[in-house]
Ligand binder design. Structure first.
Ligand code: FAQ
Length: 311
């Protein structure tokens, strides 16, 4: 039975009001948001790894500077999202611990290896565009700090997406080997990118409640379809083939029909058994442990400063 407070809360949501940190909210709303936002933050940070792998091997100084800036942006996105999640009462330590213990997830896509320079193009183009399609819808999410974080993140992601597509365009304008490298990258990243949107709507555990609370504004399948429609056109524009034999334009629907997604693979990867899960988590833990002295030094400095100003 819904309490009177819950009715009022739902009425605010229905009226498109933003919920702010000090407002009353149902515990389920708070918990669900902490889950989604912390997983989103973890994705940004773990997502630095596949690209970080190529910073020292970028083909030119310009590409290296651009990639470095992009990866740094992802760290910034993680920071905005952790900060926004902290307004709900979760501490950074708790969120990181949940990641390390395998209780919190991060986007399945980052468990695939970046084998060639073309993968950096494919990640920027496909992964960032999938992220944008989703995040544009989240600019209207009901929780104020999350919605506001999304606005800035989307602006930065648009630049990321273009840099990825530019790498693909350049490769497709190059030698046969470079073209083959670009095709190989889309072959390996296409299906994992499709999975970024999560299970089909009928299988999505959180969707119904999240849509009612307007945490999510558009469904997993709806967003996936929008992404397919735009990515297919972009692929064809530069001469890349999409690795899906069932892909056909459906005149009646006004959308592309596509082949079945391998949900067994998706479930394996989110359960921790993808190609790079262990490596990604081990790297994150090591970086976190290696950085402990920085956090300690900052807290000690802060404590000293506070003691001085209160003396
Ligand atoms: N990977 O009931 P649903 C980026 C889990 S940012 C892993 O449909 P929901 C930028 C889901 O958590 C990319 N797990 O869940 C970048 C749940 O498990 P749980 C990240 C997934 O929340 C680019 C279970 O399956 N973006 O890439 C995935 O309603 C380049 C049932 O699923 C966001 O996080 C998946 N793909 O919908 C950075 C956006 N899909 O928690 C570096 C915010 C589902 O019960 C380089 N998040 N699961 O244990 C969302 O919009 C939603 O959380 C969805 C999933 C749409 C991801």
């Amino acid at each position: 039975v819904a309490l009177p407070d819950e009715h009022k809360f739902q009425a605010r949501i229905d009226a498109e009001e933003k919920i702010e940190p000090k407002d009353w909210m149902p515990e389920g709303y708070r918990k669900n948001l902490i889950r989604q936002m912390s997983q989103h933050a973890h994705s940004e940070v773990v997502g630095e790894q596949p690209e970080g792998n190529w910073i020292t091997r970028a083909p030119s100084l310009e590409r290296k500077a651009i990639l470095l800036a992009k990866v740094q942006d992802e760290a910034g996105h993680g920071l905005y999202l952790y900060s926004a999640a902290e307004t709900l009462g979760a501490t950074r330590d708790e969120m990181i611990e949940a990641l390390h213990e395998g209780k919190a997830k991060y986007a399945s896509i980052f468990n695939y290896p970046s084998l060639t320079w073309a993968d950096i193009g494919a990640i920027g183009w496909l992964v960032d565009s999938a992220a944008i399609v989703n995040q544009v819808s989240l600019q209207n999410t009901s929780y104020g700090p999350y919605a506001r974080a999304m606005i800035r993140i989307c602006k930065e992601e648009s630049f990321h997406q273009r840099q990825g597509y530019h790498i693909m365009m350049t490769l497709m304008d190059g030698s046969d080997e470079q073209k083959a490298m670009a095709q190989d990258a889309i072959n390996r990243w296409w299906w994992p990118a499709m999975m970024m949107f999560g299970p089909h709507d009928g299988e999505s555990a959180h969707s119904a409640q999240s849509m009612k609370w307007k945490i999510k504004r558009r469904s997993n399948d709806d967003l996936r379809q929008q992404w397919v429609d735009q990515a297919v056109q972009q692929a064809h524009a530069i001469g890349l083939e999409v690795p899906d034999d069932d892909l056909t334009w459906n005149e009646e629907r006004g959308h592309y029909d596509f082949g079945p997604i391998d949900w067994d693979e998706f479930n394996r990867v989110i359960a921790g058994d993808g190609p790079c899960n262990r490596q990604r988590l081990a790297h994150h833990k090591k970086a976190h442990d290696d950085g402990a002295w920085v956090r300690e030094a900052m807290s000690a400095y802060d404590a000293k400063r506070r003691a001085k100003s209160s003396a």
